[in-house]
Design a protein around this ligand. Structure first.
Ligand SMILES: [Zn+2]
Ligand SMILES: [Zn+2]
Length: 361
């Protein structure tokens, strides 16, 4: 099978590998779609703790083979696979937050992931429910189902915002993560969804996805937010960008009792930021952050996508075959379009569901 593997910083190779063997408790998934994320780009540039490794942690496909002790799944079943799994027995895992397990493992980071024709899902991940059946029937595609991973990271952040109906929301950063935030807040009853970015092209691409979104460009940000909120500032502000400047900006645009969420972490060595803490005091704002997602959040987001509640088709703007990994990574690193990924047609094997989850570009 073909796989996109990272061997070192900047050293990404498309190679042939044997199709993985699976053990008793494991599942082999035929990957239909796997999306590229900022984490993949960072790993490509900086290298990673485990190498070589097949990248890709946002994926969906069909079950190809099932270990003899696995129950509840069938061959040919459409599934999305959550990448993170814990030990299963520590307090975090038992609380349903395996993403915080001290022994966390992630497909595509510590173990081979979804940028390949086949993905082996280890027994611990199968047992914890990382393989999530996709409900077929509302025209959802495999790439859209793969968006359950980034969407559930966004959902984790969203839950901390304690959105009230009619709240004004400002999303700083018009990448795919910013767009997913904007879509979720609009769905959940925000009265105003503002998106701010310095990159006019990206801002335009995001803002045109929903007539309710208000784009705010480089100039006069404070004035625009002031006009739109009648001088109050935003009730919820999300920094969907790895930027200290965005964090500082968020404080200055916050309304009384605002919730400010630092979604994007900062690069190592740049994480100490001067912030006006009197804003927290006098405006009584809540500042928080989130990382990754729980499995319940993953399943919930998969339901939002596959049930048609949250249309996400516009988030994916480019798809490539695995062979074009270098092109795909370079385009993603340049910030071209929004979300991109790999689409495996499976045509060479005469496979393909032919149904609504059949791949699309
Ligand atoms: Zn990701
Ligand atoms: Zn654990």
């Amino acid at each position: 099978m073909k796989a996109v593997r990272l061997y070192g910083p900047g050293d990404l190779r498309v190679i042939e590998l044997p199709v993985p063997e699976i053990g008793d408790g494991e599942i082999l998934v035929r990957v239909k779609a796997a999306l590229i994320c900022g984490t993949d780009i960072r790993m490509w540039k900086n290298g990673s703790g485990v190498m070589p490794v097949t990248l890709g942690h946002e994926m969906a496909g069909t079950i190809e083979r099932i270990g003899v002790s696995v129950r509840g799944y069938y061959v040919g079943q459409a599934v999305a696979v959550a990448p993170n799994f814990g030990c299963g027995t520590c307090d975090a895992c038992v609380a349903g937050a395996g993403q915080h397990c001290p022994q966390l493992k992630a497909l595509g980071i510590h173990l081979d992931g979804g940028f390949a024709e086949f993905l082996r899902v280890p027994a611990a991940a199968v047992a914890q429910g990382n393989v999530a059946p996709i409900e077929v029937g509302r025209g959802t595609s495999f790439p859209e189902a793969a968006l359950a991973e980034p969407l559930s990271c966004v959902y984790n952040s969203f839950e901390r915002a304690h959105l009230k109906p009619g709240d004004s929301v400002l999303v700083i950063g018009a990448g795919p993560i910013g767009l997913l935030h904007a879509k979720l807040y609009a769905l959940a009853g925000a009265g105003l969804v503002m998106i701010h970015d310095l990159n006019e092209g990206r801002l335009e691409a995001c803002a045109t996805q929903d007539p309710r979104f208000v784009a705010i460009g480089r100039d006069g940000v404070a004035e625009r937010v002031g006009e739109l909120t009648r001088g109050r500032g935003a009730d919820v502000i999300v920094t969907a960008a790895s930027s200290a400047a965005a964090q500082a900006l968020s404080f200055s645009l916050a309304a009384l009792d605002a919730r400010v969420i630092f979604f994007g972490g900062l690069a190592a060595g740049k994480e100490v930021v001067g912030l006006d803490t009197n804003v927290i005091h006098y405006k009584q704002i809540t500042v928080t952050g989130t990382t990754r997602q729980s499995l319940p959040q993953y399943r919930r987001c998969l339901g939002l996508i596959c049930g048609g509640t949250l249309p996400v088709a516009g988030v994916i703007t480019a798809s490539y075959p695995l062979e074009d990994a270098a092109l795909a990574f370079e385009a993603a690193a340049r910030g071209e379009g929004l979300k991109s990924g790999f689409l495996m047609s499976g045509d060479s094997e005469g496979q393909g569901s032919g149904g609504l989850l059949g791949g699309q570009s």
